[in-house]
Write a protein that binds this ligand. Structure first.
Ligand SMILES: Cc1cc2nc3c(=O)[nH]c(=O)nc-3n(C[C@H](O)[C@H](O)[C@H](O)COP(=O)(O)OP(=O)(O)OC[C@H]3O[C@@H](n4cnc5c(N)ncnc54)[C@H](O)[C@@H]3O)c2cc1C
Length: 543
């Protein structure tokens, strides 16, 4: 991706569709529209996936909890949700298998009756998943459960195993953006919408943006604008038409990160009922353990939703009865918070709102907004939005995303022999090669190729983690990483994994990015200081 060239296109061309916001929804819409042959612009105020789409639980699921509620309340809307989610799970897994994989999840049970109840429910969950090859749910003995998850409490009666999908959310979003760019979309991060230009009738003609690196303000002309800004959707809706009524009711969810010994297994635990009626997952991810999430109404969209000390206490208290060895608060090594873009309904409790999506067309301004939804259903949301765009633009074009392989998964490659060749050539550890393959797919060789000119780039960024220095150069040169945080939080997932180790690695990476992005000495120093300070604040908020 070439940011400079794309910015020039954004200034000069007139587009069919301008997509605002590059999280899962906007990146999915831009790809769908570009594949249908539209001239597409995709603009993002921060980095790709920098808001909710990098802060999810990273599960690709129909929602076991929604299935239970659908039967308990005879709610066919929720049943439809589950079916949509499970159908989409198949597409998410098959279109970028390097970034998404099946995940076994075990529900610990404490009696024979509970085991039967969850087995029936989870087997039914599998029935709703047509066309996929994920293994079916089954009831495990106590011994088999404890063999699979060694840190599970031995007080359990048995466990029920079922499968869902798991993805690297930020990199999946990046792969969507890269694929949209490849399909011809003009894509730019750090390009913020400030307002719209309108005809006397109120119809939108252009969007006024600020490119945040230079501060330049310019207009992008388009026939249609699609608002995909998640929890910020109401701001854009009101910019387009001040008569609009706010629809989004953000809800905060947090995760904490622990060392892998607190799970000690390759499958996840589902805690089916917390004291406030939620489910909490304990999940293996990136060689660590992720625990979450919470659900608290929170309207503070102007500030980053950071992990707070009381939230750490709540999650530790929730998981402790299910574990053999219990973590102390001081062992929480990182964490993150995000805001769900829930759609307003008449009920008060955000837990009971559907994670459904809606495509809203405001006739007065001609703004199309994609509201609500979840990561799992981003492709379906995009398809619905672009179908509606076709209707507005009076053209018929078929959706091509169901079997479109994403960037990194679109070249056929022989896994094992390629892996061996790369390992020998670069001299890096097998763990690092496996990491590269699982993040860059068929582009792993391109990352390693950077080490041929400069062997120092094959070195680890931090001795305890598989990330190599070449990734920082690759991110700045080819993946539009503009800041240190773009790299640490989203191109690799180091910030999510270990705050202190990230602080220790900031300078190493800054020197590589500075060389590529031509940062001068004082700018580099400020970037290092600001990012370290931000990480320090995360640590003190969570303590
Ligand atoms: C704690 C938590 C756990 C979750 N777990 C799961 C899960 O396991 N599975 C699942 O399927 N879903 C999950 N979700 C839901 C899922 O993450 C979201 O539904 C999804 O990421 C929303 O994507 P989005 O693109 O709509 O919003 P966002 O990712 O927030 O993207 C909107 C983008 O618009 C940009 N933007 C805003 N204003 C402007 C502007 N003025 N100009 C330009 N750009 C702008 C923002 O910077 C942002 O990047 C979870 C959510 C949370 C909070």
């Amino acid at each position: 991706m070439n940011r400079g060239k794309n910015l020039q296109k954004l200034r000069e061309e007139t587009f069919d569709i301008c997509v605002i916001g590059a999280g899962a929804t906007g990146a999915g819409v831009a790809l769908d529209a570009a594949l249908r042959g539209f001239r597409v612009a995709l603009i993002e105020k921060e980095d790709f996936a920098s808001e909710t789409s990098s802060k999810s639980t990273k599960l690709i699921h129909g929602g076991v909890r929604y299935l239970e509620q659908a039967f308990k309340n005879l709610d066919f809307g929720q049943l439809k949700q589950v079916r949509h989610g499970l159908a989409e799970r198949h597409f998410v897994l098959s279109n970028a298998p390097h970034l998404a994989r099946p995940l076994g999840i075990i529900t610990p049970v404490f009696s024979w009756f509970e085991g039967l109840y969850f087995s029936i429910g989870l087997v039914m969950y599998g029935w709703f998943a047509k066309n996929d090859t994920l293994p079916k749910a089954r009831w495990l003995s106590k011994k088999e459960t404890l063999d699979r998850i060694k840190n599970m409490s031995s007080r359990i009666h048995s466990g029920v195993l079922y499968y869902d999908g798991q993805l690297d959310d930020a990199r999946y979003c990046l792969a969507l953006v890269q694929s949209a760019d490849k399909a011809g979309a003009a894509v730019a991060n750090y390009t913020e919408v400030l307002g719209f230009e309108k005809e006397a009738s109120g119809q939108l003609t252009a969007v006024k943006v600020r490119e945040r690196n230079s501060g330049d303000v310019f207009s992008i002309k388009s026939r249609l604008f699609i608002n995909c800004t998640g929890v910020f959707s109401d701001k854009i809706r009101l910019m387009a038409n001040p008569q609009e009524v706010p629809r989004i009711r953000p809800s905060k969810g947090v995760h904490i990160i622990l060392k892998k010994e607190y799970l000690n297994g390759s499958e996840a635990i589902l805690i089916p009922k917390t004291k406030d009626g939620r489910v909490v997952f304990v999940i293996p991810f990136e060689g660590i353990v992720m625990v979450g999430t919470t659900d608290t109404p929170d309207n503070r969209t102007d500030a980053e939703p950071v992990l707070e000390s009381a939230e750490v206490d709540y999650l530790l208290e929730t998981i402790s009865p299910f574990l053999n060895k219990v973590p102390a608060k001081s062992e929480v090594q990182a964490g993150f918070g995000g805001l769900r873009p829930l759609l307003a309904a008449n009920r008060k409790d955000t837990k009971s709102l559907l994670r459904d999506h809606e495509i809203e067309h405001d006739h007065a301004s001609n703004l199309l907004s994609v509201l609500g939804g979840k990561w799992t259903t981003f492709r379906l949301m995009a398809q619905d939005a672009v179908d509606e765009a076709c209707r507005i633009l009076e053209t018929e074009r078929t959706c091509k995303t169901p079997d479109h392989k994403l960037h990194g998964a679109d070249k056929a490659g022989d896994g094992q022999s390629e892996l061996e060749e790369l390992t020998t050539k670069s001299g890096i550890s097998e763990e690092s090669v496996i990491h590269l393959k699982s993040k860059y797919g068929d582009q792993a060789g391109a990352v390693l190729a950077l080490c041929e000119d400069n062997t120092g780039l094959a070195a680890l960024i931090h001795k305890d983690y598989p990330y190599i220095k070449a990734e920082a150069l690759y991110a700045a040169r080819y993946e539009m990483a503009v800041t240190l945080r773009d790299f640490f939080a989203r191109r690799i997932r180091f910030e999510l994994t270990d705050w202190q180790a990230t602080i220790d690695s900031v300078e190493t990476v800054a020197l590589i990015m500075a060389g590529e992005l031509l940062w001068d000495e004082s700018f580099t120093k400020n970037q290092i200081e600001d990012y370290r300070k931000q990480l320090g604040n995360f640590i003190s908020e969570a303590s």
